[in-house]
Structures are given as structure tokens and as C-alpha cells.
Design a protein around this ligand. Structure first.
Ligand code: 3PG
Length: 213
């Protein structure tokens, strides 16, 4: 992956979305994902350990490209940047959040789930977005419908994506990458079964933007 990629969508076809409860898991988890071929990792700010996890992965796993997810405030943007996050992802957006994300200088993906939000972001000069929650908000049929009138918008769909439908998303012309937690099952993390995580990552890494193999 290119650390200087202007777009989150160009980092990797599949971005694992990770919830780190215990910071001690962060480095082995990231190593397993990188070893499995998934270097771009989104650590969600849903746990008190998240910022420390970003810091530790950044320091200890040079091949990982770690970003922050579930970023919803300007303060979090600042904290994530200071922790070493290389990209920012949000489930939704406001003008205040957009301003902060832009000011960070990091690639970012604000979340949308409706046509009007896509139009509003295009109006603000943002063409790359997270589509969330992807399955619940209309899935591939919805994204395919957007590609007609709004071909300039490109998406990272996330939410309800797994091995059975990831390739279908990646085959769409307006999808740059997909995100999801399926390669990091909670029971595998609880058992510290990093070999299993690596195997799931390897399978996911075989998916390509052309629709997978
Ligand atoms: C996200 O934060 O993008 C989603 O929670 C990931 O969704 P999933 O767990 O359904 O893959």
C-alpha cells in the first residue's frame, strides 16, 4: 500500500474493521492481518483501547497502514492523527466533521446512506465516501442505482459484508474497496487465535476489485 495514497479507496480492496477491547491484542492482530495480505486496517474508536491500539500498531507493525474508524468529532480527528492514524473513516458526516477531516491532511471517508447525502458531499467537493450500513441501506442494488445519475461518487461499502457478498460489491463500477469485520471474528480474538484471523484475511485478500477469484 502507498502511505501517501490520496484516497482511502486505493489502499486495498478489502479493509478489515477492527474493534480492539484489549490493547494487548492490537499488535498480534495487526500482524495476522498483514501476514494474511490485508495491510490497511481500520481500528474503530468504539473502545477505550482504540487510540493506544493505533499507537502500538503504528510503532510495532511497519507494514500495517492503520486508520481510525467511527470518527465522529473534530477532537477525535486530532487525537487519531496524533496517535499515528493514516486515514479516517466515519459512519456519517456533518460540516464540522468534514472541516476537521480536511484540515487533518489525512485521506478520509465520510459515511453516507442516502442519495441526498451523496449529492451534498459532491457539492462540498468530496467524491469518496463510506456507504454505511451497506446491506441495511440497500446493498449492491442501491449502489448500482447510484452509479447511473452520480457516477463521480465512489464508495467503500461497509456493514453486513462478508465472504458471500464482498465480490458482488467489488464488481460495481463505483466501489473502490469494501470494509468489514468478518475476518476478525469476536471468538477468534477472544481465543487469541491469530492463525485463524490470518487465514480469514488471506481468503479476503484474494478478492479483487474485478470481482474476486
Ligand atoms: C463498520 O463499522 O463499518 C461496521 O461495523 C462493520 O460492519 P460489519 O461488522 O457488519 O462488517
Amino acid at each position: 500500500p502507498s502511505p501517501s495514497a490520496a484516497s482511502v479507496l486505493d489502499l486495498a480492496p478489502v479493509v478489515p474493521v477492527v474493534v480492539v477491547a484489549d490493547v494487548a491484542d492490537a499488535v498480534p492482530l495487526a500482524r495476522a492481518l498483514v501476514a494474511g495480505g490485508l495491510p490497511a486496517i481500520e481500528v474503530t474508536l468504539r473502545t477505550p483501547a482504540a487510540l493506544d491500539a493505533i499507537r502500538e500498531i503504528t510503532a510495532a507493525v511497519p507494514d500495517a497502514l492503520v486508520g481510525a474508524g467511527t470518527v465522529i468529532t473534530a477532537e477525535q480527528v486530532t487525537d487519531c492523527r496524533a496517535a499515528g492514524a493514516r486515514f479516517l473513516v466515519s459512519p456519517g458526516w456533518t460540516d464540522a466533521l468534514l472541516t476537521a477531516m480536511r484540515a487533518s491532511g489525512l485521506p478520509f471517508l465520510p459515511g453516507v446512506s442516502t442519495t441526498s447525502e451523496v449529492v451534498a458531499l459532491l457539492e462540498r467537493g468530496v467524491r469518496e465516501m463510506k456507504f454505511f450500513p451497506a446491506q441495511a441501506a440497500g446493498g449492491t442494488a442501491y449502489l448500482r442505482s447510484l452509479a447511473g445519475p452520480l457516477p463521480q461518487a465512489r464508495f467503500c461499502p461497509t456493514g453486513g459484508i462478508g465472504p458471500d457478498n464482498a465480490a458482488e460489491y467489488l464488481a460495481l463500477p463505483n466501489v473502490g474497496c469494501v470494509g468489514g469485520s468478518w475476518m476478525v471474528p469476536a471468538d477468534a480474538v477472544a481465543a487469541r487465535d491469530w492463525t485463524r484471523v490470518e487465514g480469514l484475511a488471506r481468503a479476503a485478500s484474494r478478492l479483487t476489485r474485478a470481482g474476486g477469484t
